[in-house]
Design a protein around this ligand. Sequence first.
Ligand SMILES: [Zn+2]
Length: 331
Amino acid sequence: MKKLSVLLVMCLGLFSCGKQDNIASKEGFLSSDIVALKGANWPLGYTIPVTIIDDSIRLSGFAHSKRTTVAELVEEVKESMNTWSKFANINFEYYSSPDDIPEELSVRPHVRITFLESKGNWAYVGPTYINKKIPFNMSLEGIGNTSFTRKATMVHEFGHILGLAHEHQHPDRIVSDDEIKANCKRIGFNEVGCESQMLKTHSSETAVILPYVANSIMHYEIESSAGTEGVVGGSGFFTQGDAVAVTHLYPGRFESTEQFEKTYENALADSIDEFNEAVQTKNCFIAKPSYCPKDAPFQIALKMNGTPLMKSCVKSIRLSINSMNSWKFCH
Ligand SMILES: [Zn+2]
């Protein structure tokens, strides 16, 4: 049987995960990309059990260090997995501990998350490589400072669970190889990590290649002359392109286009609210007002002491790689 190359899917490039220089390419992983790897799909309608292992949120001390609670982090995990299942004909079911998963389900592939030290944020791609022999198959170690940034990374990792690979590894990507190499250095990837996580592109032989989505949640932020503000990807938002892709890959959730559009509008409105909540101390806000044109639907607003300094309609919303403290539009 043809051996599939393996992809250790690491931290979303948007966010400093802190451990990216430790990226290791492990043998035995499956490579897949809205590029979606072939053979990395779950059966339609399948319910994927999800659990957090070893009481790892509490033991990591992460909740305490970020002034949040274990319960809130669990809620963020649930919201992130359901971001996809609102559109994909797949369900996720959260269990408080591995022991709570019924025996008949626990022997099948299921998501086992750790918050303890595990070399950054990553997840296996698709069900094939998620099996019981592996202690955990998603790492959310040190995942982010705000609910918005944490959920952006969680949604990205659940995208991998559904079989999606990195969108910047799409064969039609608009960033150049040289730009990608420069960004590998900036992010801290070694040569092996750079090749497997960023540079290598997928082909139709091994992946289902849907139209390229530059603002996909699966696309790292890459400094590039192809971007209108010098950056491509890394929006931090679950975008319409993501919703369309997963609706295509796992069809059956919607009876009409209108139903899909309404669901997406609601999901986006929630994300925008959360984003604004995350950056409120920065006097930097986004909205999606009706008067912005269709090709630049988002409004960016900067305020100083409550007074608007700038408002403009933009094509997409991007976040800086480092943290919410350096959101590029705010500087
Ligand atoms: Zn990834």
